[in-house]
Write a protein that binds this ligand. Structure first.
Ligand code: B12
Length: 221
């Protein structure tokens, strides 16, 4: 049954069907499917298929937007379940999160924020199209341990470097760990721009954030 459910979830994204996406999520959770499995094995493959069709010119921007709406409908159901996991944990650290300037992709970043919250991090999500200065300003205001920067376009990836520089310029670099992610981002790119880490998906982002906090505590002691 889960295999079929995951396929139906994938199809609901390709078909741009928010009601189906949402109903399937409700049914799967009620049947005991783990919320993260629903996202990773059901809906994300749907978004990947959409991206491939778009790249081949078989799908156009309004279609991709409608698929993103279906994904959001599913996430609206799954999100509270994921967040519940972290409700009783102690505070793991403070994270400022956002999508870099010029970029409005947010689904992956929201998922990263949800899982960080589920693992006890206090997350301040600045949204999309965020400048380096805004990241630095918020990081100072909330005394952040980590700044997480998402970018989904090869053109906006470069702006992740501006965030690193803005944090340096604000004199905050020694107290803040910077992690980067998004489909075109690689570990090598993270090193090149002077970030402290890269993670390929939301669960690895949590592990990375935990490691970065450990490193910070060690350097302070
Ligand atoms: C949905 C989508 C959109 C939606 C976004 C809706 C929204 N509210 O987010 C809309 C329709 C608006 C859109 C617009 C555009 N898009 Co678009 N989009 C996508 C699509 C299909 C899926 C992205 C997604 O949500 N994936 C699902 C999530 C869960 O995965 P994720 O984002 O990768 O996130 C995971 C990891 O990367 C990681 N992660 C993400 N962020 C972070 C941050 C940190 C700190 C860490 C550690 C980890 C991490 O963890 C996440 C969870 O596991 C991708 C295709 C793809 N395969 O990526 C194209 C894609 C990214 N878009 C593309 C393009 C070209 C565009 C447009 C330029 C199209 C146009 N002509 O206007 C515009 C750009 C607008 C702009 N200025 O930003 C291209 C980019 C090509 C390139 N190499 O640059 C892609 C790859 C499609 C393609 N194959 O051509 N898009």
């Amino acid at each position: 049954m889960p295999g079929d459910t995951f396929l139906a979830m994938r199809q609901s994204i390709v078909d741009r069907a928010p009601d189906t996406a949402s109903t399937l999520a409700q049914e799967a959770l009620a049947a005991g499917v783990a919320p993260l499995d629903a996202i990773n094995d059901g809906y994300v493959p749907g978004m990947q298929a959409v991206g491939e069709q778009f790249a081949k010119g078989q799908m156009f921007l309004p279609d991709m937007m409608a698929s993103a709406e279906a994904m959001r409908a599913a996430m609206a159901v799954v999100d509270p379940e994921l967040k519940k996991l972290g409700a009783e944990r102690t505070m793991a650290g403070v994270v400022v999160l956002g999508t870099t300037k010029g970029d409005i992709h947010e689904i992956g970043k929201v998922l990263v924020g949800t899982l960080l919250t589920a693992h006890g991090f206090r997350v301040h999500d600045l949204g999309v199209d965020v400048s380096g200065e805004k990241f630095a300003e918020k990081a100072r205001e909330v005394n952040a341990d980590i700044v997480g920067v998402s970018a989904l376009l090869t053109t906006t990836m470069r702006n992740q470097k501006d965030v690193v520089q803005a944090i340096e310029k604000a004199g905050l670099r020694s107290q803040i760990r910077i992690m980067v992610g998004g489909a075109p981002v690689t570990r090598r790119w993270a090193e090149e721009i002077g970030a402290d880490g890269y993670a390929k998906d939301a669960m690895s982002a949590v592990t990375l954030a935990q490691e970065l906090i450990q490193q910070k505590l060690q350097t302070m002691s």
